[in-house]
Ligand binder design. Structure first.
Ligand code: SF4
Length: 371
């Protein structure tokens, strides 16, 4: 069995590690790129959200490189994610490929977790259940360390003295991690790069603007589709806070297990003034994380959403009220395969200029209404 799976930011690192540990042959598709998006767009329904298109492109590229099995997460709920695998299976068969799809529900209860373990067992029948459970635990630990590394990068980048040092380290990290195998090696590499980033020379006195990135999780985490927004803002001297991470996403699914804690309750509580039930996707997280960020005095928020994303369109309609009532700047960026980088940069630069001016006025003790 040769397994491929789609990318979502750096989540491929723990997923590949788990399959390595279970001695399953992995075909890692190339990092998402222009060709991936073109391939996915060509074979996907026109009006579907862009995560579907890129993921379809990843799957096709994995199959073209020799994979005979596709591993996909799925899940029910009022969002298209639940039907991704079924639609992609149809598309792949129509293209003439004979591949098997292994799907696992979002393991948000004991039954779902058991099904996930069973799917891993199916992919690696020689492994005992205990080994599979231990491997999942290792996967969670590595996922967390990779997110810690990213958060460190976002904190250090706007203050670095030698411009580009953090980006240089990240590109080396990705090269090394793609060539590595198994838990011990991948964990060592990740920890060593955390140390390297901590040792980057910084200007400690620099008072950086703080911007929270909120919105649909795929567009927050996948750098190709968001034009590397964290890097762009960081290089403009802005400290970026990624309000949603893959680790938090997994914790939110698994927090029915007593020793796993997520921020879900706090996020829902914060959102409740404007949206009091989850409506699918990450809409409630968008609202809740903005309110939490307001309490933490962030200077502004960038809201990322894919064109035609149903849950985020609902969140988008609530944002003008929040801007007005909380007096906070929020800029929404709609992303799809037609989004141009130049226009995107212009909007980001203008937004940063505005919040910088707002901060200066605030420091001078002048009030400044955003709305
Ligand atoms: S949250 Fe939106 S963009 Fe993401 S899968 Fe669901 S509909 Fe698509």
């Amino acid at each position: 069995m040769k397994i491929t799976f789609p990318h979502m930011g750096t989540t491929y690192i723990p997923v590949k590690m788990m399959l390595d540990e279970l001695e399953v042959e992995v075909v890692l598709p190339p990092k998402s790129n222009k060709k991936t998006l073109e391939l996915g767009t060509k074979y996907s329904p026109e009006g579907i959200c862009v995560p579907f298109k890129i993921i379809t492109g990843n799957i096709i590229e994995g199959i073209e490189q020799g994979a005979d099995t596709v591993f996909m997460l799925t899940g029910c709920g009022p969002c298209r994610f639940g039907i991704f695998h079924a639609l992609q299976n149809e598309i792949i068969r129509d293209m003439g490929y004979e591949v098997e799809f292994i799907t696992a529900d979002r393991f948000s209860n004991y039954q779902g977790l058991k099904e996930f373990v069973d799917q891993l067992k199916e992919a690696s029948s020689s492994n005992h259940y205990i080994k599979i459970l231990k491997t999942i635990r290792k996967g969670l630990k590595l996922l967390n360390e990779v997110d810690v590394l990213h958060d460190l990068g976002n904190k250090i980048r706007p203050k670095e003295i030698n411009k580009g040092e953090v980006d240089y380290l990240f590109s080396h990290y990705e090269n090394e991690i793609r060539k590595s195998y198994g838990y011990i090696e991948m964990m060592e590499i990740t920890k060593s790069y955390q140390e390297k980033i901590k040792n980057v020379s910084i200007n400690k006195s620099r008072d950086c603007l703080k911007v929270g990135i909120v919105g649909e999780i795929y567009t927050i985490i996948e750098n190709y589709i968001n034009f590397n927004i964290e890097r762009k803002l960081g290089n403009m001297g802005v400290e970026v806070i990624r309000t949603t991470s893959a680790t938090e996403f997994v914790r939110e699914q698994l927090d029915f297990i007593p020793f796993i804690r997520s921020e879900k309750k706090k996020i829902y509580q914060a959102a409740s003034l404007y949206l009091d039930i989850p409506i699918g996707g990450h809409a409630i997280n968008t609202i809740g994380n903005i309110i939490r960020g307001v309490h933490n005095e962030y200077d502004g928020f960038v809201h990322l959403l894919p064109f035609t994303c149903m849950p985020e369109i609902v969140a988008l309609s609530i944002l003008p009220t929040i801007e007005k009532e909380q007096n906070v700047p929020i800029m929404s960026l709609v992303l799809d395969e037609m989004t141009g980088e130049a226009g995107y940069m212009t909007r980001l630069e203008a937004f940063v200029d505005l919040i910088q001016r707002r901060r200066e006025l605030k420091n001078e003790g002048k009030s400044f209404s955003w709305y």
